[in-house]
Design a protein around this ligand. Structure first.
Ligand SMILES: *[C@@H]1O[C@H](CO)[C@@H](O)[C@H](O)[C@H]1NC(C)=O
Ligand SMILES: *[C@@H]1O[C@H](CO)[C@@H](O)[C@H](O)[C@H]1NC(C)=O
Ligand SMILES: *[C@@H]1O[C@H](CO)[C@@H](O)[C@H](O)[C@H]1NC(C)=O
Ligand SMILES: *[C@@H]1O[C@H](CO)[C@@H](O)[C@H](O)[C@H]1NC(C)=O
Ligand SMILES: *[C@@H]1O[C@H](CO)[C@@H](O)[C@H](O)[C@H]1NC(C)=O
Length: 485
């Protein structure tokens, strides 16, 4: 008898959500500066590209922890947070070759996500003087499946830090009239035609930082080697040697690319990257370390709102909105807005796929030498990855910041890996289509939706009049739930 599998999904939101999924969202609605400053990469020198900078006004070309802490103010929402958050800015190059700054919408958000390790519910705040970089400014290709395989199928080179680092970048095509895309869905900047056609509210650049730490060093020579990604970028297990789980940092910055709709040209990140693969961000902690540890331990209200953490002193816009860094004289009068003939600092535009040389290392050409390098774009086109709406579930009675993103995959290719946080049951019978759910974040406007734990019950029925109901199987039970958190 032919048995057709009918998959009925019964999705139950776990209403008891504990510490594990708590977070707070640090709004840095005001930019404290936009300048070629990067004390991590170009200490005491001018950086080769321009950054959008948020946080303490103690930030400068030679800032460190003490300078940030000595700042008078922060452009973020909590007065105790004197950290510095910076990412490259985004520009539009028109058909005349000139570059214009793209407007940033709403400043930036820095999420502090409280994900513990599986075997240890304690989380570390950043130690004093901690700093790190996520992403690689010279990366120009992505040699893995597009879109991502379900996390449960990540094996082979998808367990390498090199992959996890690239999977930690997201370019979320915003259209608030549609169901949001999941965070970190697309790891490249869509091309201009796609942005014009689809992303009416701009692009949200997303960046997940490593949250596994070696427990010793506040920094490392390349500002990366002291930390590592857990196996699922945001969640999962920490690699050997990096077992100390830090509070997880996730940046979101919205750029109004749609303002250039219909204009011929291309978007380019301030570091000369047309693809997005070279997007990156920097963080320098500027908290009193024991205060931050208290916040990590106590700011666990699921709303994610800084107002719901009694420890925080919330700042008024008149304070955070007037917190600007002081530019060094070398940059005082530098145009970073345009229209201008070159990107600030004139970094080479390197479209890949080869690893970029970067400014000062003989990279090919410079940003002002020619009109839009359409030939260069054609040499390394980004894939087209169309809108993939998540399934959004709202909880009925208890407030939970919940939303779920569904990735549909073929059962025939169902994963067999056991380390998966997603699939715990054996693959089912047919080549029917089946859904997997994973932990993910999405924001709609400024509201965060956090994926909650999902149970799925599957029944299989016969195709004839008689209905055979197999025992309901619990599938896709999220690992966090198994921990009973
Ligand atoms: C990862 O492995 C796949 C399959 O072996 C291969 O096609 C791909 O090029 C690899 N990617 C990288 C970055 O090594
Ligand atoms: C648990 O994690 C915390 C924070 O990372 C760490 O300080 C502590 O040593 C860990 N405990 C064990 C038993 O590993
Ligand atoms: C969390 O914050 C909300 C307000 O957003 C408040 O009503 C609730 O009591 C808080 N919960 C806890 C456990 O503090
Ligand atoms: C801070 O910088 C912004 C943008 O450059 C400017 O509009 C604002 O007036 C500055 N505020 C102060 C207090 O200098
Ligand atoms: C892709 O980037 C890597 C560096 O991450 C580089 O080694 C590789 O050569 C690049 N691939 C191509 C086709 O250029």
């Amino acid at each position: 008898m032919r048995v057709s599998a009918v998959t009925m999904k019964l999705l139950a939101l776990a209403l008891v959500v504990g510490l594990a999924d708590a977070f707070w969202r640090m709004p840095c609605r005001s930019r404290s500066g936009l300048a070629r400053i990067d004390p991590l990469v170009s200490f005491n020198a001018v950086s080769d590209h321009a950054h959008a900078i948020h946080g303490s006004d103690g930030f400068s070309i030679d800032a460190g922890y003490d300078a940030l802490m000595a700042g008078d103010c922060t452009s973020c929402g909590v007065s105790q947070d004197k950290s510095a958050y910076w990412t490259p800015a985004v520009y539009f190059q028109g058909s005349d070759g000139k570059f214009t700054l793209v407007e940033q919408v709403g400043g930036m958000l820095a999420y502090y996500l409280l994900y513990p390790n599986a075997d240890n519910t304690s989380l570390s705040g950043f130690p004093k003087g901690f700093q790190m970089i996520a992403g690689d400014t010279n990366q120009r290709n992505f040699s893995y499946p597009v879109p991502d395989l379900p996390k449960s199928e990540w094996s082979g080179n998808m367990t390498d830090q090199a992959f996890l680092r690239q999977a930690a970048l997201g370019f979320n095509c915003l259209n608030y009239a549609t169901t949001p895309e999941g965070s970190l869905y697309r790891h490249f900047l869509p091309d201009k035609a796609y942005l014009d056609a689809n992303c009416v509210d701009g692009v949200r650049f997303e960046l997940m930082f490593p949250s596994c730490w070696n427990g010793v060093d506040a920094d490392s020579p390349n500002h990366k080697d002291h930390v590592a990604y857990p196996s699922e970028v945001m969640t999962g297990d920490c690699p050997t040697g990096f077992e100390t789980r830090l509070v997880s940092l996730f940046y979101e910055t919205i750029w109004d690319t749609y303002a250039f709709k219909g204009q011929a040209g291309q978007f380019v990140i301030a570091n000369g990257d047309l693809t997005g693969y070279g997007y990156h961000g920097d963080f320098m902690m500027g908290w009193d370390d024991s205060f931050l540890q208290e916040a990590v331990d106590q700011c666990t209200n699921l709303s994610g709102q800084i107002q719901d953490c009694p420890l925080f002193t919330i700042q008024d816009e008149s304070v955070y909105g007037n917190c600007n860094i002081t530019l060094p004289s070398a940059l005082d009068s530098e145009d970073v807005v345009g229209p201008m003939a070159t990107l600030p600092g004139n970094p080479p535009i390197e479209s890949g796929p080869a690893y970029a040389g970067g400014a000062g290392t003989g990279g090919s050409g410079n940003s002002g030498s020619a009109p839009p390098t359409t030939s260069a774009v054609a040499a390394n086109p980004v894939p087209t990855l169309s809108h993939s709406p998540g399934v959004v579930l709202a909880s009925s009675d208890t407030f939970v910041p919940g939303a779920v993103f569904e990735a549909v995959t073929d059962v025939g290719a169902a994963p067999s890996t056991s380390s998966s946080a997603i699939v715990t049951a054996a693959p089912p019978v047919s080549s029917d289509t089946q859904s997997y759910f994973s932990t993910s974040y999405s924001t709609s406007s400024q509201i965060v939706n956090e994926v909650l734990w999902i149970e799925e019950l599957v029944t299989v029925t016969a195709s004839t009049t008689a209905t055979m109901t197999l025992p309901a199987r619990k599938r896709h039970l999220h690992q966090h739930r198994q921990r009973g958190i």
